[in-house]
Design a protein around this ligand. Structure first.
Ligand code: IPE
Ligand code: IPE
Ligand code: MG
Length: 245
């Protein structure tokens, strides 16, 4: 990922890259007296709707926070249910991803992800890699700090092995060593679900993203909410540190 903002800047008033924290699934279920997993199922359905809508609107990259490095500390049964749900979707939604021309990517530290899920993910990435529609980037076992530490270690190794000199390390080089190296920085960061925080999502990449928070819980977030967020974004003046006007 380049940090040359002129290159990363969205050229139209539609954000080229949207990042979403898909939060509020548990509360959505709780408020309906349903088991937590029902909220996550509803959240997965929302993702299908939003991915289609974003593609139709001309968004090229959609990164969705699916499971954080911190989420591993939730109860084992919760983690298991969520992973089972992910497995189900990877098995049964792949044909729709292919049909809808979605190109799937995954970012995060996959060492804790079970072998069967990794295989399903690899197969889905392979089968959708030539698709030319929206790039759907699943942040799974992802943490912004973890990603930065991982990049720092990779770079340190390159210095130690004398593949690069210290002087070659700059923001562009650092970006190229992040999980997100193939994608432009997000233009718009959306967090549904009432919380006003970043929760360790894309810390480096959102340096100049426009932030949008809504009280709507993720399972209730719909195409109109997406359009509202984009309309809000279109009225922002992105200055990148320059003077007003
Ligand atoms: C967000 O939903 C998705 C994941 C963390 C996997 P939550 O499970 O955090 O939902 P709330 O915040 O408890 O409502
Ligand atoms: C962020 O939500 C992670 C995902 C949506 C995957 P959390 O529910 O884990 O974040 P906090 O605990 O509210 O900060
Ligand atoms: Mg939450």
């Amino acid at each position: 990922m380049s940090t040359d903002t002129s290159k990363d800047q969205s050229t139209s008033d539609i954000p080229r890259h949207i990042a979403i924290v898909m939060d509020g699934n548990g509360r959505w279920a709780l408020r309906r007296g349903l088991p937590t997993i029902a909220g996550h199922k509803a959240g997965a359905e929302t993702l299908k709707t939003i991915c289609k809508e974003a593609d139709q609107l001309g968004v090229r990259y959609l990164t969705v926070y699916t499971f954080s490095t911190e989420n591993w500390s939730r109860p084992t049964s919760w983690v298991q249910e969520l992973m089972d749900l992910l497995k189900y979707y990877l098995k049964f939604e792949l044909k729709d991803l292919i049909k809808n021309n979605v190109c799937l990517h995954v970012i995060g530290d996959n060492k804790n992800i079970s072998g069967d899920i990794r295989e399903l993910l690899d197969a889905a990435i392979e089968k959708t890699k030539k698709n030319t529609g929206i790039n759907l980037i699943i942040a799974l076992s992802y943490g912004g700090r973890d990603e930065i530490v991982h990049a720092a270690k990779t770079i340190a190794q390159k210095v130690q092995d004398k593949h690069i000199t210290l002087d070659e390390i700059n923001e562009t080089f650092f970006s190229e060593n992040l999980y997100t190296s193939a994608f432009p920085d997000p233009d718009l960061f959306i967090r549904p679900g009432e919380e006003l925080r970043i929760s360790n999502f894309l810390l480096w990449q959102i340096a100049y993203a426009e932030l949008y928070f809504t009280k709507k819980l993720w399972p209730d977030f719909d195409a109109d909410d997406l359009k509202e967020a984009i309309d809000d974004y279109r009225n922002r003046e992105r200055r990148y540190g320059t003077t007003v006007g």
